[in-house]
Design a protein around this ligand. Sequence first.
Ligand code: UD1
Length: 422
Amino acid sequence: MDTILIQGGVPLHGEVTLSGAKNAALPLLFASLLTQDECTLRGVPRLVDIRTALGLLTELGAQADWLSANEVTLSARRVDQFEAPYALVKTMRASFLVLGPLLARFGRARVSTPGGCAIGARPVNIHLAGLQQLGAAIRIRQGYVEARASRLTGARIRLDFPSVGATENLLMAATLATGTTVLDNAAREPEIEDLAAMLIAMGARIHGAGSRTIVIEGVEALHGVSHRVIPDRVEAGTFLIAGAITSGNILVRGARADHLASFMETLQRAGVTITPEPEGIRVRGNGRPAGVQFNTRPYPGFPTDLQAQMMALLTLGEQQSSITETIFENRFMHAQELVRLGADVYVQGHTATIQGVAFLSGAPVMATDLRASVSLILAGLAARGETEVSRIYHLDRGYEHIEAKLSQLGAKIQRQTIRPVQ
Ligand code: UD1
């Protein structure tokens, strides 16, 4: 059980380079199931979730090899298993994304239903309704989705909500269906565009990814590809807040302003100076931020995956702020931990009201999920004295080398490995 120890109050300065996006890399890894040729992915972050995805692909009979630090080759030529077991899906919900590709290429899949998680119920009804419309026979038995189709057939599908995962599953499945599929009310996240870019390079016919309506003309087979994962926009937002909350000056190399428009606009309203530069985005913190109000929304709205980090910043606001979380029903668990650091946050239903305080004070706090854990690190960087964040295994699911990257910017941060008493 590792913990992270931070001595707060040091303004961060310098440059940091982003890793590839975890949420883009996961569907891209599973897209390799759609072809019998070799696929190479570059810019794959070395994270626990990526290891879990590679473990699942290997269990299915695929081969996965690291060629260098962040480059992996995948071959799904010899896939002979079609099951994603509960043990894996419960540790990483994105494992559910094998369903579409397995069904499209092999006509069968058995995938555990993910169940709820700390931030919400997170059902998979939209994935399943869409696959049924593509002609799959689906039944749920003993906690598993069992799906079969001799060949999927194109259809017009309107998603009840622009779910990222459902859009990805259906996009992958439709590439090998007969005829044309239209996905209406599709998710528009940059990770969807990245997946479409890889699929197109594999020979898929896709138009409109990144817009509300995606049209996919099915093809007989896809071929191998070499593809680079887009930079992680959530990691980018996290480092921009690290600069703002410590009143520092950081260049976040690789950050793409076109992927972060709504987030940057909110930071600017809070009085933070954000400047796109040729190599990335620069942030300059100017003391306490102004209070702001915002709602999380599907892309291009403010991303739920940056809500906890933004809350950490707003705890130090000159005025009151308010945040309404519209994507997940239970994504304010960081609020109570921020209160332990001296923040004044009141949560009622889906809205958190934050009265800014002049300073935070270090304390022991506990991470509850991935983005919550990094919000506590951000608050710890700003707090006076020492903050110890426990349960940081959540952090290792999504942030590559975070202590090293923050140390390089001048943060006083270290990981402590606590061994159980024998
Ligand atoms: C992805 C991201 C996650 C991010 C989320 C929203 C990955 C690996 N994860 O998760 O980091 O926070 O997008 O931007 O990319 N829903 C249903 N039925 C469904 C599917 C979803 O009701 O069939 C609901 C969910 O419960 C949730 C909302 O829709 O309340 C958004 O979920 P979705 O967009 O599917 O998120 P994920 O793909 O799970």
